[in-house]
Design a protein around this ligand. Sequence first.
Ligand code: NDP
Length: 451
Amino acid sequence: MTHFDYDFFVIGAGSGGVRAARTAAALGARTGIAEARFFGGTCVNVGCIPKKLYTYAAHVSHDIADSAAYGWQMDTPPVFNWSQLKQNKDKEISRLNGIYKNLLSSAKVDIHEGRARISGPNRVAIGDREVTAQHILVAVGGQSFMPPIPGIEHAMDSDDFFELTRQPKTVLIVGGGYIATELAGVFAGLGSDVTLAYRGPQLLNGFDQDIRSFFTEAIKTYTRLKLNTDIERIVESGAQKEAWFADGSRYAFDAVLYATGRVPATANLGLVDNGVTLSDMGAIIVDKNFETSSPGIYAVGDVIDRVTLTPVALAEGQALARRLFGGPEQKVSYDLIPAAVFSEPQIATVGMTEAEARACHKQIDVYRSRFRPLKHTLTGRDSFSLMKMLVDRESDRVVGIHMAGADAAEIMQGMAVALQAGATKAQFDQTIGIHPTAAEEFVTMRTPVDV
Ligand code: NDP
């Protein structure tokens, strides 16, 4: 029998890779992992976690503004210190980095720091070292995509955002998806003047239409929104960057941030040379067991570009390691994956949009509620929430739930469990609400607004 250095070697210590490595090692596989940049990957270092910390910071400004209505008197105007926030964030992220490394070493996974590539059948090179492995997992994630317009080098991406040591007073954000809308809320909450430019007519493509319309209006209360807009060039103008818009207008900003999608990071990994087929978009093509076209090479997470969310990468990594090394069987279900945008207001969703539901079912009952949250009855803040539920009339099953408003993400997690369990509208109706909450709205929606 051929002897390999490892049973399992993982390239990339992000969410999917770390979970796969730990699961494999716990099942007795001799496991190694290589990481070139930072342990924990995008989510921990330049994604979900630091982003959420910045959204908390942005929210403090709302609380301060709302505090007078609740009797608090601020005698001196509060001052926000960007560099203090960044330092605190950096400290926490390096603590988490350490935790990720410890998790791996205490699971007895060998750590190789450096850039790895597949160097031949069952072979991985990390710098000038080479190891052999029976199974190789590629879990290297993705990287920002920026359209190649002249002057794009003057723009930053979301990785650069987390390195900003000074707050730009004016910022242009390009894109209309997750990152653009989330960072618009962060910058605006922290006091920057934000312009958001998006090429389409409504933000958050792919989300339910009512949510998109609601959010596109809501964001106008704190950003300058330029829709149906393209940028042709970015020119440095002193300390500022000047964006030349396709309509001929030009505006200068302290910073320009592109959030125009992410692409799989499949370059320089020796993939094609070793028989791994990539899609036209550069994603690794895998079968239902996450195996590539090259037997013994697997891929999970953003690099396969199925559903580019951390919890999905975790599930994929764990399912693969269990299958390879004899753990309990686990199927990754891509149905009913809940998602949230940590924008202002927050958006969260599970199941079908109204358009999808109408395409799939004969008759859909639509329940919708728009209201001013109790908190803002005192503050008078112009802030509303929208909740929407879609029910298949024939089976009475709830097939989609959507929300824009405070705590939407926290509320949607429980809704996702209900939908996984196949909950019917009658079961939602039987459920007693928790009063006074926004979430109780979902169990008190009595009359469809649209059928
Ligand atoms: P998204 O896919 O969410 O959004 C990309 C945006 O850029 C879209 O509005 C898209 O427009 C626009 N765009 C794409 N290409 C161009 C172009 N050439 N010129 C101008 N605009 C363009 O990507 P993000 O970068 O915001 O985020 C990447 C991924 O990371 C997300 O899809 C998500 O999976 C994940 N993520 C998840 C978060 C969460 O769970 N809360 C938070 C942040 C990221 P159009 O819609 O017209 O195609």
